[in-house]
Design a protein around this ligand. Structure first.
Ligand code: AMP
Ligand code: MN
Ligand code: MN
Ligand code: MN
Length: 283
């Protein structure tokens, strides 16, 4: 069923619930042989993930999920095989982590104004290098302001809600350039999750491909067969390779467990093969 590949996973270095070591142990136990830890806008977990991968005999690709903007919306671009020491990556990370810290303060203020415990939530995530809205959602649950994280997004943090802060992430094209400059392959994450019309989605994918993007995440955690078909069509139309990733944040959420993934359709070239040793790239 599966390709034994999972190239989209989160740890506590961003908004996952497992430390990199524990995540890699879970990945190994799930039968996956090649994985990438792809935390939001940080490479902080890479060394620990790589060391754990060696202990478990797994192939580990360097990974990151960079926040980007396209036509005023936030989109996510996974970078695979990037050199963590490349200046393009340290700049990309430093800039986005600065935006995250700034945004965390703005979210806290807006929560307070809306009558929610924003300051207490901010205090609870102080010191986290890469604060995300997920951290706020969990804090609001712990503080009794929401029943579960989904409800916190629906009531406060989601688009159009009182504590939503529009963030000027770097442009999609610049984000792809940063990943390529660091020797990596750029993958447009979960292409069907963005709220777009069919035409807008094709434009997004075309802009990504024209900008040097390598692949589309054709198989993502929880995707139904018709969604995989739709993503496959988008990839083929744009001449992109395909990637596979669970986007696991919490193994308790069954559909996003590592390795619980459909096989990548054979019609599309797997990104981990196109950018493999044959082309002499570091993936
Ligand atoms: P951020 O990058 O800080 O804006 O946070 C985005 C993250 O929030 C995503 O990667 C998801 O993990 C999480 N997220 C977004 N929307 C929801 C939602 N409706 N329910 C639960 N988690 C969400
Ligand atoms: Mn996330
Ligand atoms: Mn994402
Ligand atoms: Mn993700």
């Amino acid at each position: 069923m599966s390709d034994r590949v999972d190239l989209h996973l989160h740890s506590t270095c961003s908004d996952g619930v497992l430390e990199p070591e524990a995540l890699v142990a879970l990945v190994a136990g799930s039968g996956v042989e090649t994985f990438a830890l792809t935390d939001h806008d940080t490479l902080a977990g890479q060394a620990a993930a790589r060391a754990a991968a060696e202990r478990h005999g797994l192939r580990c690709l360097t990974g990151i999920e960079l926040s980007a903007s396209w036509q005023g919306r936030t989109v996510h671009v996974v970078g695979l095989g990037v050199d963590p020491a490349a200046a393009a990556m340290s700049d990309a990370v430093a800039h986005r982590l600065g935006l995250r810290r700034e945004r965390a303060r703005a979210i806290a203020e807006r929560l307070e104004r809306a009558g929610a415990p924003g300051r207490a939530a901010l205090d609870s995530l102080a010191g986290h290098e890469a604060p995300t809205r997920t951290h706020f959602a969990r804090a609001l649950v712990a503080l009794g302001a929401a029943a579960d994280p989904g409800a916190a997004f629906d009531r406060w943090l989601g688009r159009g809600r009182p504590a939503h802060v529009a963030t000027r992430w770097p442009a999609l094209e610049d984000t792809v350039r940063e990943i390529v400059a660091a020797g990596g392959a750029a993958v447009l994450a979960h292409p069907l999750r963005y709220t777009l019309s069919a035409g807008q989605r094709r434009s997004l994918v075309a802009a990504f491909a024209e900008g040097g993007g390598a692949a589309l995440e054709v198989v993502t955690g929880g995707a139904a067969p018709h969604q995989i078909e739709a993503a496959l069509g988008l990839a083929l139309r744009a001449g992109l390779a395909g990637s596979v990733g669970s986007d696991c944040h919490d193994p308790a959420l069954a559909w996003h467990r590592p390795g619980r993934l459909a096989k990548l359709p054979e019609a599309v070239v797997p990104v981990w093969k196109r950018w493999g040793p044959a082309t002499n790239r570091s993936l």
